[in-house]
Design a binder for this molecule. Structure first.
Ligand code: SF4
Length: 642
């Protein structure tokens, strides 16, 4: 098949028939061939493909040619949609194949018939103004084939009623549900099982892999190939997933569901109502004991405080009382049985949180409305590996940012992929010709009070030289705010600031404006694609080391220290390198793109580890001269991306 594959991706091949202006890319062909071999050998490949390699087609083409069943998991719903609605149809057309492809979203995206019915039967929780919508939803559910809420546009995405009429892993009754035969979630999952190619996201993937939460555990065992795109995000998602969460929201939702179920099937059980009524008070008690301020901190030091220990004990008592009552009531209906399981699970978790284990990190966060206590595994490599070995499939992990220099060990160790093959393909874009990196001399250390004023003055100068748009990327909101106040009023250009509008809206405004300045923090370092002059300069405030004081990070570092490791070299540095690569990746988005990268942090030159960062950047010319950088910006040609 190799020659067929090379031909399809080469000049005059299938892709060139459907993509106007297509030109073959050597990296794409090589990557496709490496993936083809991985599928044949049923092995594991970790593949880094620089921006513009065309990695999506590089994996889709051999996967489709190879036949069999495949899953592609992407990092976000947006990428899932893009792959399903754009890339896949293009490829299917090019290859002239028929393919049963299914897009599977999380259950919160589909109407739950059981909960809709319940909302009608027990409408005390429905706001009076929402009844009309409820009836419209009822009309719509008779017409829709999918139950996918994107079809029901009359109700905004963030409307409170959605929570009432969609299911969660907690409250779904699964096969015991009286509406199971019509259930939209069950239907799409059945279609997913029968698909040749299934497009999911990392959350669903981890759920299914671990047979947990949202996972039906039905997808992975039957596939021949699993492709994880944006794989650099997988360790974090999997870590969260293999952890457990006790939250005020979950407890309160559960008590609401118990009331609805009890009114229908256990109206005579006075003790059950009493136990349910007492739970919210205990939840509130713990929230108050945790202090008014919103915070994120380690859990262990907290539970040794008397006030909190008492509130936890009180909550445990209330939960146990409810569990005892639900145990009796559970024979009356599937709904009450599901509530019993939920209460029992939360009760066990609360017990565990009072006697935490060494191999987990226990931490909590509070908001005005409530609290979440997390029990997060310190490391997931063994767990992930043991799940992976259950499946007789070929695995491809790919992303533009997986390696530190040429070394993949940071990524492979986190997921237990020590025996994986790895390969890199650099971006085919001409960075030497189209870009320049400025690492200015003489800046103060990032911890110096003059640092932000100095780099903001530099940014101001470069903005004047730049006809196109500028991304000013920060590692903290505080630094962003400081720079914003310094820049405000000093430029006539549109200043867009993270937090003042949604991410999507800011990106749209930035694109349309053509010469705007966007100040943003970490969520804009990746997944933003602005081509052409509209993004001509990316300024990076400092090296993106994770902020000290973050409880999960602190616990992880301390565990590494205790086991004789070097947390900086083994964890913090590689994480920061990957993140910097993501940030840098915003600049050059296609073959005609040009731009200036500004890396303000003087540690790139002054510290030995600076070399690790520099070795991971695309091969672009570097200057320390601001005037040369200014000249470079002034000489950029106008380029409107198509
Ligand atoms: S099976 Fe779950 S999602 Fe489907 S209708 Fe029943 S409760 Fe809702």
């Amino acid at each position: 098949m190799s020659s067929e594959l090379s031909h399809a991706l080469g000049a005059g091949g299938a892709l060139s028939d459907v993509i106007p202006g297509f030109s073959p890319r050597q990296g794409q062909i090589e990557m496709a061939l490496a993936i083809e071999k991985t599928l044949t050998d049923k092995s594991i490949l970790i593949a880094e493909a620089g921006t513009g390699t065309g990695k999506t087609f590089a994996y889709l083409m051999p996967v489709i040619m190879g036949g069999g069943k495949a899953i592609v998991s992407t990092g976000t719903k947006h990428l899932q949609d893009q792959l399903f609605t754009k890339d896949l149809p293009t490829l299917v057309k090019a290859m002239k194949v028929s393919l049963k492809a299914v897009l599977l979203k999380g259950r919160a995206n589909y109407l739950c018939l059981y909960r809709l019915e319940q909302a009608f039967q027990d409408s005390r929780e429905i706001a009076p103004g929402d009844f009309r919508l409820l009836h419209e939803l009822d009309d719509w559910r008779r017409q829709t084939d999918t139950g996918d809420r994107v079809e029901f546009t009359r109700m905004p995405e963030d409307h409170r009623l959605w929570a009432r009429v969609t299911s969660t892993a907690d409250n779904c009754l699964g096969q015991d549900c009286p509406r199971y035969s019509d259930c939209f979630v069950a239907k799409v999952r059945k279609a997913a099982q029968e698909a040749d190619l299934l497009v999911i996201n990392h959350h669903l993937f981890c759920a299914d892999m671990a047979l947990k939460e949202d996972g039906f555990g039905e997808l992975l065992p039957v596939v021949d190939t699993i492709v994880i795109d944006e794989a650099h995000q997988l360790p974090e998602v999997a870590t969260r997933f293999f952890g457990q969460v006790l939250s005020s929201r979950r407890l309160l939702e559960m008590s609401k569901d118990v009331i609805v179920e009890s009114h229908q099937e256990a109206a005579d059980m006075v003790d059950l109502f009493e136990a349910t009524d007492l739970l919210p008070g205990a939840v509130l008690g713990l929230r108050q004991a945790l202090g008014a301020a919103e915070q994120k901190a380690a859990w262990l030091p907290k539970i040794s405080k008397k006030k909190i220990a008492v509130a936890v004990e009180q909550l445990q008592q209330r939960l146990d009382d409810l569990v005892a009552q639900l145990d009796i009531a559970s024979v009356r209906s599937q709904g009450l049985q599901a509530c019993y399981r939920r209460a029992l699970q939360q009760s066990h978790l609360l017990k565990e949180l009072q006697a935490p284990q060494d191999d987990r990190i226990h931490w909590y966060e509070t908001s005005q409305k409530g609290f979440v206590v997390h029990s997060t595994p310190l490391e997931i490599s063994n767990t992930f590996r043991s799940h992976l070995e259950r499946f007789d499939a070929a695995w491809v992990f790919t992303s533009a940012t997986l390696a530190v220099g040429k070394d993949f060990s940071h990524f492979s160790k986190r997921l237990g992929l020590d025996d994986a093959y790895s390969a890199r393909w650099d971006s085919p874009f001409d960075y030497a010709q189209n870009s320049l990196a400025l690492i200015p001399e003489g800046l103060p250390e990032p911890s110096h009070p003059d640092y932000i004023p100095t780099i903001t003055a530099l940014a101001e100068m470069l903005i004047k030289d730049c006809r196109g748009g500028v991304f000013f990327l920060f590692t903290s909101y505080r630094a962003l705010q400081a720079a914003y106040h310094l820049l405000e009023g000093k430029t006539t250009r549109r200043l867009l600031v993270q937090g003042k509008a949604t991410r999507q809206s800011l990106i749209e405004q930035f694109r349309n404006e053509g010469d705007a300045i966007l100040l943003a923090t970490t969520s804009f370092w990746e997944g933003v694609d602005v081509r052409g002059t509209a993004l001509s300069c990316v300024i990076i405030e400092k090296l993106p080391f994770a902020a000290p004081g973050e409880p999960v990070l602190e616990a992880r570092l301390s565990a590494m220290r205790q086991s004789g490791g070097n947390p900086f070299m083994e964890y913090q540095l590689p994480q920061a390198v990957i993140m910097l690569k993501q940030g840098v990746g915003r600049l050059i988005r296609d073959a005609s793109d040009q731009g200036l990268l500004v890396l303000c942090d003087p540690r790139l030159r002054s510290k030995a580890y600076g070399k690790k960062f520099l070795a991971s950047l695309p091969e672009m010319p570097i200057t320390d001269d601001k005037d040369i950088a200014g000249y470079f910006l002034r000489s950029l040609k106008e380029y409107q991306a198509g």
